[in-house]
Design a binder for this molecule. Structure first.
Ligand code: FE2
Ligand code: FE2
Length: 485
């Protein structure tokens, strides 16, 4: 008897079928023998995957493929095609497809048109939206594309499928990807503005919406994201971190989803004006001259002007440009640009000021490889409360981040070192959980176990470990995000 593969085991075949079609469609004409054979093979594999149902759904969720709602097993021999296709689809912001199971009567040219559009989508601003429009325009209805990775969460069969133990890891993976996409979206906006192209912000809006989902679902991942630091692309990473921190502060004071989205976009765009400042001034080691500082000071006004140039609804622009304009004015109006003192700074502006300074002073820069540890930074900011910062908002912000914000490098009295993890309000905020780091031979570190500083010795009742000092992780060349995410 002929052995029939279980549909789940056909997932790899389906992916290979799609990949082959994309390849062949690029190289050969529609009537080429190889093309016809690839289309035929694709039709067959779709049918086999359906296992009798009318549709075949292939979805990406948290970095894995799901066929008919069932997670595909990760076989070593298929790892390469899985990874390649995930990258290919995610680059296009596509999270899967629903195919008709019966493609016998679907014309070869329709199937080829789909794979060609799929390939081309990467060249467009909002790839999945573009693909959807093209499919509609050409009356291609034998498939639907899945544009959101969230769909699967609502699917109870998938929820069941997700193993509890790995769920957190996958969430973190997804969060990290969203972070990187968001970073790309802001880079794209900035680069297009520089080359005077028309700049839409749909991608940025979508990324911010996903970020809001992450804040809502899992605060610790959210804070861990804001510890991502690299020397390259400082302005973009800084902008994204400001967006993350501002949104979490906004959430803390009860802002609703739509408001958080606007606030996130303001954070993302607050330093857009910096792209016009020469790099030698932005990255200058040592003190800036008067004229260099004057140059830097122009950026908040320029950010506002650039936002007004974006190709988006004018009402949205009005919401977006005010707080970037205000982010250096300061609570007591002692900053720049100088404006009428009777005009209060908007709530968004006051939030951005806090998020901006906190991220700036805790970020290592090319000219300042070590920077303040997060707790030192909060201490310094507190001394400027009511002057530089809105005192009430600053209090909420400090409370939110805790005594040792996520990612602070702690040295313990046991000689161990580790990174502070998010402490919940219920626990002692001065005694967070800690991700221990084990030193290697080359002064590299690997993750050790997670310990709780609130843990006591049952015999003596004393705390098992205490903090001796806190430092910025960059002092030991540690990137917290590598351990926390
Ligand atoms: Fe700024
Ligand atoms: Fe900034």
């Amino acid at each position: 008897m002929k052995h029939i593969k279980a549909p789940r085991m056909m997932g790899g075949e389906l992916l290979k079928g799609i990949a082959r079609l994309i390849q062949i469609a690029k190289l050969y004409e529609d009537n080429n023998k190889l093309t016809i054979a690839a289309v035929k093979a694709f039709r067959q594999v779709v049918e086999k995957c359906s296992n009798g149902s009318r549709h075949v759904s292939l979805q990406i969720f948290n970095g894995r493929f799901f066929l008919q709602g069932k997670k595909l097993p990760l076989l070593r021999k298929e790892a390469q095609i899985f990874n390649r296709m995930i990258q290919f689809l995610e680059k296009r912001c596509i999270y899967g497809f629903h195919f008709n199971a019966d493609l016998k009567n679907t014309a070869v040219k329709e199937i080829l048109a789909f794979v060609r559009f799929l390939d081309l989508a990467a060249q467009h601003d909002d790839p999945s939206e573009w693909l959807k429009t093209e499919l509609e325009k050409w009356d291609i209805h034998w498939l639907a594309i899945i544009q959101e990775p969230t769909l699967s969460l609502r699917d109870t069969s998938l929820e069941h499928e997700l193993e509890q133990s790995n769920e957190l890891d996958r969430k973190k993976e997804a969060a990290k990807k969203t972070y990187l996409y968001a970073l790309n979206s802001i880079k794209e906006v900035a680069q297009k503005l520089l080359s005077d192209k028309e700049v839409g912000i749909r991608k940025s809006v979508r990324m911010i919406q996903r970020m809001v989902d992450i804040t809502t679902a899992d605060a610790s991942t959210f804070f861990a994201l804001s510890t991502i630091r690299t020397y390259d692309d400082y302005t973009y990473i800084h902008s994204l971190n400001v967006a993350l921190l501002a949104m979490s502060l906004g959430k803390r004071i009860g802002m609703k989803r739509k408001t958080l989205e606007k606030l996130g976009l303001c954070g993302l765009f607050h330093d857009l004006g910096k792209i016009e400042i020469p790099k030698q001034i932005l990255n200058k080691r040592g003190k800036l001259t008067h004229s260099e500082f004057e140059e830097i000071k122009k950026h908040s006004v320029n950010s506002a002007l650039m936002i007004l140039k974006l190709k988006t609804n004018k009402y949205r622009k009005v919401h977006l440009f005010v707080s970037p304009f205000e982010h250096h004015i300061r609570y007591d109006h002692s900053g720049y640009p100088s404006v009428d003192k009777t005009r209060p700074i908007s709530l968004f502006g006051r939030i951005l000021t806090i998020a901006d300074v906190y991220d700036a002073i805790t970020s290592p820069r090319i000219y300042r490889p070590t920077s303040m540890s997060p707790d030192e930074a909060l201490g310094l900011m507190l001394s400027d409360s009511g002057k530089h910062f809105d005192p009430v908002l600053l209090k909420v912000f400090i409370n939110m981040l805790g005594v040792y914000p996520v990612g602070t490098l702690l040295t313990l009295d046991t000689g161990e070192i580790g990174l502070a993890l998010h402490s919940s309000i219920e626990t002692d905020r001065a005694r967070p959980k800690v991700q221990l780091l084990n030193p290697d031979v080359d002064r590299q570190y690997t993750s050790g176990k997670i310990i709780d500083l609130a843990e006591r010795d049952p015999r003596t009742g004393a705390y098992k470990r205490n903090i001796i000092k806190s430092q910025h992780p960059a002092t030991l060349g540690i990137q917290p995000a590598n351990f926390l995410l």
